[in-house]
Design a protein around this ligand. Sequence first.
Ligand code: S3P
Length: 443
Amino acid sequence: MNAIAPDELVIEPLAGPLLGTTSVPGDKSISHRSVLFSAMAEGTSQVSGVLDSGDVRSSIAAVQQLGAQVALEKQVDGSLAGGITGWGSAGPTQPTRALDCGNSGTTARLLMGVLAPWDIAVTLDGDDSLRRRPMRRIYAPLMKMGVTFTPAGSEGLPVTEKGSRHLKALSYDSPMASAQLKTALLLAGLGAEGETRVCEPAASRNHTELMLPQFGVQTTAGERTASVIGPCQLTASEVHVPGDPSSAAFIVCAAVLARDSAVQIEGVSLNPARIGFTRTLERMGADVSITRTGMSGKEPYGIIEARWTEDLRGCEIPADKIASLVDEIPVLALVAAHAHGITVFRQVSELKVKESNRLAAVIEGLGRLGVDAWNEGDDLYIEGQPSLQYPCDLVFDSHHDHRLAMTWALVGLTGPNPVTVTGFDSVKISYPGFLASMEGLVR
Ligand code: S3P
């Protein structure tokens, strides 16, 4: 790998197929929740396998500013482990400055729920990307519960949140399938009298519903509903975070695309709400399989196997499956570019408001490869080319978006020519060791 400017990296083709067994760092969503729930709990929780990345560091720094004692240490495998002593029933302390959520939408949105039951005024802020992301979706229902956000009418960050010790429970028909929104409301509901219930148009990831009972809070969950009964106090627990399927997806897709590859990724979360990408790859004809080997709390984990597949076919991904693969759409779009026929992702307007406008960026990036991709309404279409040859001298803009940086890096790693990716450093947000993991699998 050849650095040419601080902000860009030339990614060289891998020297051979990807072969063998590996693991991936801890799941980002579960890591955030392990840190936040431990900070809310009475007593000292023990957490392990926690992802050490920019986003999780944002959550750790925020709970420290709010009074939690965090004693996590780096382990030989790169994860974080140790104790977190929460503020418990005493509540968080008034921070002296704004909480910087960095690039992390999960930190900002989940904190809004964490802070809702406490009458302190906390300013939440973030980087330029996070400041552009929509927050009204969280403010509006929390305001119904009794939380105040200033400036009034604010759509994004920075914002100052003032919670209330007299929150009203809420039954909310969510306009979108969003685990961040659902979690914020359930966490706020822990401080309200009675049942707080969220009903979604499609199922979003359910890590909150699965982890809260470990902290002594009963949750009720149906296919598209989740509820808690407040008031309720979390008590310290033990959490081991399994590997992140969203990080594994890059290795899986690289193995499917790189001739003669065959990989196994062990210890990955196999939560069905997260591994929609494996089902999509299977429907495209890719040689991908999963084997469950254990449970971490209520979270299943196991092995994902993937092999190079010469003949891929396009498929349609219906709207109700999008939440189960929402973070994998950029890399799945790259695989779809190699498939016979058209792939359609239905109802993906949410991609416009992720860490970057991923819908526009995917269409633009695939265009650089000479692949037709377009959106009609809220659907993304990709017309694959089974014998796609990548052009030379490609430069991709990651828009400082970690998932785009890794997607376009796969073009260089699995193709015949180097590619330049600007803003590659953004991989530190979710998968700092991405390149080293890929290179470690080359035989
Ligand atoms: C997340 C939920 C998803 C996902 C994000 C992490 C979470 O966002 O895209 O990367 O940890 O709850 P939405 O809830 O906004 O869909």
